[in-house]
Design a protein around this ligand. Structure first.
Ligand code: ADP
Ligand code: MG
Ligand code: ZN
Length: 504
């Protein structure tokens, strides 16, 4: 019998707020242990939580970007359990009344469009962090009370690759929406992976097995690559799988059972008596709606459609929003948007990267954003460039002008490279540079005839080769003409004249 995998993901994301969810302590990574703490986030008795409105806004904004509904009422419950990293003995979380529910994420998967339904996106508080040393353990409560959003999918995911691409798409949306920095290295995104198997063609779900606390997307993919065949092999042998929790051992590359359903907690959820239910008003929702950004995939498709760009260019402009916006402002006036895109991506973008890193751009390596923060896409396709477009010396229109000069053959493409380099360095207008440096392409036949005669005279060998039928020799001679003319001769014209003279 053939089996298929059924996967659902619960993704925890730290929100990009200045302060924590219930107190004024900084929401910051990397401070010395227990320096961003106060009686509220340390869970001392008798304190009152005060909700951080920005965290509530960001959760609803996430809902809008994930095509979710926004219920009229949301509520925080106490989830009761004991653990040393959680001094209150309960976690505040939206349980059966989340801020947002029932949406979907669309993304590209192997050249076609995939969709995963979202069950809910709810807000809760993060807990502290324990560290275990040789003879003792330490607790750091800097993370306790940091706003954490949990995004839960329906069990719509069918393969490790699909899980990986969903996670990347989700991360991209959250970064574009300025909801989270999603820095994996700082633990800003953590994921629980639920997976079961069932005979192909059946509807009923198999026993749900949860792999807890994954902190990299490639780890999720590897864990599923291991876990799915493990489950299939077990059921094929007649083993009855039971609902359980496992952990992924990245070093050994296996999952291990931690506990089964029998040890499941009863969290005794009940509404927190200190927090009122949330009832977003129309005005409040309008304020959040105004912060909605275009979804990355929609942006990519729009660039392909409106400017006839290939997918790779549109992908670059999707990932690098400021660069894409820069292109778009000019593209509306461009005769040939594709030619403009080439200048923006191949020349401007690499010049910017060079001037920032002092060397060639390194694919997939993080770049600094305008806040000096590292932005890294795990797919690693394109480095993200931000900022510094504002510091360009030349006016944006100059790039349009340069494209037009190439289009109408005023300058050759090699001369255009020189114009661009100078324009980038000095901010001078292209027409001025062309004139000052005498870079206008020579289409005057008289002048080109002279260069051709000189090239033939100085290279009798290749000239004879061509006459003897070696067609490639013409390119060499053409190159000589371009050299003699300092790159200004119209290459097509030079070729024609050379051929005429040699065939004589
Ligand atoms: P819990 O309340 O135990 O967290 P949920 O029903 O809320 O469980 O589901 C948690 C996640 O597990 C969701 O993403 C859901 O889609 C997924 N899921 C539920 N049942 C299964 C199953 N049998 N196989 C795979 N994934 C599942
Ligand atoms: Mg769960
Ligand atoms: Zn605090």
């Amino acid at each position: 019998m053939d089996y298929e995998a059924v996967i659902g993901l619960e993704t925890h994301v730290q929100l990009k707020t200045k302060s924590k969810l219930w107190c004024g302590c900084a929401n910051a990574f990397g401070a010395p242990p227990n320096t961003n703490v106060c009686p509220v986030c340390l869970g001392l008795p008798g304190v009152l939580p005060v909700p951080n409105e920005e965290a509530l806004r960001l959760t609803v904004l996430t809902g809008l970007l994930l095509n979710c509904t926004i219920p009229a009422r949301a509520q925080f419950d106490r989830k009761n359990y004991f653990y040393p990293d959680m001094p209150k003995n309960y976690q505040l979380t939206q349980y059966n009344q989340p801020s947002t529910a029932l949406g979907f994420v669309e993304f590209e998967l192997g050249g076609s469009l995939a969709c995963v339904r979202i069950n809910r996106a709810h807000l809760e508080e993060d807990v502290g962090k324990s560290s275990h040393f040789e003879r003792h353990s330490g607790l750091d409560f800097n993370r306790a009370g940091v706003p954490l959003m949990e995004i839960v999918t329906e069990p719509d995911i069918t393969s490790p690759d699909m899980a990986y691409e969903y996670l990347n798409a989700l991360k991209e949306i959250l970064i574009h929406g300025s909801i989270s920095d999603c820095d994996m290295e700082k633990g800003m995104v953590r994921c629980d992976v639920n997976v079961s198997v069932r005979p192909v063609g059946t509807k009923e779900l198999g026993a749900k097995i949860e792999i807890k606390n994954m902190n990299s997307f490639s780890g999720v993919r590897k864990a599923l690559d291991y876990e799915i065949p493990r489950q299939i092999e077990a059921v094929q042998k007649g083993v009855k799988l039971v609902q359980s929790t496992r952990r992924w051992d990245d070093v050994v590359g296996i999952t291990e059972e931690m506990r089964t359903k029998e040890d499941a907690h009863d969290y005794r959820y009940f509404p927190d008596p200190d927090l009122m239910a949330l009832r977003p008003t129309a005005a409040w929702l309008a304020e959040v709606r105004a912060r909605q950004v275009e979804l990355p995939l929609a942006r990519k498709r729009r660039f392909m459609r409106d400017y006839q760009l290939p997918a790779s260019d549109a992908e670059t402009f999707k990932n690098d929003v400021p660069l894409g916006d820069y292109f778009e402002r000019l593209a509306k006036a461009a005769k040939n948007p594709k030619a403009l895109a080439n200048w923006v991506i191949n020349n401007l973008r690499s010049k910017l990267a060079e001037s920032r890193t002092g060397g060639a751009p390194i694919p997939g390596i993080a770049e600094l954003s305008e806040h000096g923060m590292v932005v890294k896409l795990e797919t690693g396709a394109t480095p993200v460039l931000r900022g510094s477009l504002a510091d360009l010396k030349f006016k944006p229109e100059s790039l349009l002008e340069l494209t037009a000069l190439v289009e109408d053959k005023t300058v050759s493409s090699s001369a255009a490279q020189q114009v661009f380099a100078e324009m980038f360095a000095t901010g001078k207008a292209p027409a001025v540079i062309v004139q000052e440096r005498g870079l206008a392409q020579v289409s005057d036949t008289g002048a080109i005839e002279k260069y051709c005669d000189d090239a033939i005279a100085a290279n009798s060998g290749p000239a004879a080769d061509f006459k003897a039928g070696k067609v490639a020799a013409l390119n060499f001679l053409k190159g000589q003409v371009m050299k003699l003319s300092k790159g200004k001769a119209n290459p097509a014209l030079a070729g024609e004249i050379l051929e005429r003279k040699l065939r004589g």
